[in-house]
Design a protein around this ligand. Structure first.
Ligand SMILES: NC(=O)c1ccc[n+]([C@@H]2O[C@H](COP(=O)([O-])OP(=O)(O)OC[C@H]3O[C@@H](n4cnc5c(N)ncnc54)[C@H](OP(=O)(O)O)[C@@H]3O)[C@@H](O)[C@H]2O)c1
Length: 301
């Protein structure tokens, strides 16, 4: 039986927004968006209730969560992720919420390689905390690892995956020939809908998904073939990016360049978000996608 009453925290973010849209489009859920008092988030959709609170006020958090089945965390704010997530998990337990979906959606932070990455320290601690709480039987969790988002752009034309569509440039890490587990934003949203539609099947599970399995070079070849334009390629050493990013993080500098450097290093240098293409995608009812069709999609203006 589906969990119906879902609280989402971070609905306007990079990850939160496509998941929020998928929850709405499924028509299956009553959605409460919990946002900070300072947030500009609003919704005119009748199935979405927006509640603004002071997250540092434990009682406000408990009251806002009470009566709901699920709390879905889709916020970033890495420096405070552990503290914020644990405060929400504690409040969710007190409020009788059944399931937490933590703010993962990337590298497999439960694998031995993932657990070693400094940049994911907070995610590892949250994972350990959820393991402990689920063993006590106080709350359930489902974690979703997606690898890099295939079609996420950090800026207008710049894809996190290294392609600048407008300027026809590509940043290729460590040769770019290693295939990666990649997830489209559409599959990201669909994965959460699927977990909440059949929650018993995914109780206390860590799910690895990808609807594409391709290397940067595979993508570049298709981009060039479809546009008829040779991209300007910059070769990057992901080990250097990782070393520099991690050195900054160790000094307590959690700037975006250090975080991105460490994540790109974890992905391309240590293969932390690589697993078999034969993963949990099918058990969530999600189809693998054709790379060429997806490349044509990202080429659309
Ligand atoms: N696999 C990938 O390629 C990829 C890419 C990006 C992110 N991710 C992962 O996805 C997760 C979310 O990251 P993101 O980039 O989507 O986050 P984000 O865009 O930085 O999150 C912004 C959202 O979070 C809310 N928020 C921020 N701090 C908050 C706090 N302290 N309390 C409550 N709400 C808060 C904001 O709400 P307001 O409305 O209050 O401002 C906004 O809705 C992370 O785990 C990240 O690692 C993965």
């Amino acid at each position: 039986m589906s969990y119906k009453k879902v609280v989402q925290i971070g609905a306007s973010g990079n990850t939160g927004s496509p998941i929020h849209d998928a929850l709405i489009q499924s028509g299956k859920f009553e959605i409460t968006v919990l946002a900070r008092n300072t947030s500009s988030f609003s919704s005119s959709n009748p199935i979405v209730k927006v509640v603004k609170i002071d997250f540092s006020n434990h009682q406000q958090l408990v009251d806002a969560l009470r009566g709901n089945d699920v709390v879905l965390l889709t916020f970033g704010d890495l420096p405070n992720l552990e503290r914020n997530s644990k405060a929400i998990i504690d409040a969710a337990i007190e409020a009788g919420v059944k399931r937490v979906i933590p703010s993962e959606f990337g590298v497999d932070t439960h694998s031995p390689t993932g657990r070693r990455q400094i940049v994911f320290d907070s995610k590892v601690k949250i994972d350990d905390y959820l393991e402990e709480k689920s063993n006590e039987g106080t709350i359930e969790f489902t974690s979703i690892y997606t690898g890099l988002f295939f079609d996420w752009r950090t800026q207008e034309s710049q894809m996190f995956l290294g392609f600048d569509m407008e300027n026809k440039r590509a940043t290729i890490y460590n040769g770019g020939t290693t295939p990666l587990n990649l997830t489209t934003l559409e599959a990201l949203g669909a994965s959460v809908v699927s977990v909440l539609s059949t929650p018993a099947k995914f109780k206390n599970r860590r799910l690895r998904i990808c609807d594409l399995y391709a290397s940067q070079r595979d993508i570049l070849a298709l981009l060039e073939a479809e546009t008829g334009i040779k991209f300007v390629v910059e070769e990057m050493d992901a080990n250097v990016l990782q070393d520099e990013g991690e050195a900054g993080l160790r000094k307590g500098d959690l700037s975006l360049s250090n975080v991105f450097g460490a994540i790109l290093g974890a992905t391309f240098a240590t293969n932390a978000s690589r697993w078999s293409p034969d993963d949990d995608t099918a058990s969530l009812g999600l189809a693998k996608q054709d790379l060429k069709a997806q490349v044509l999609k990202i080429l659309q203006p």
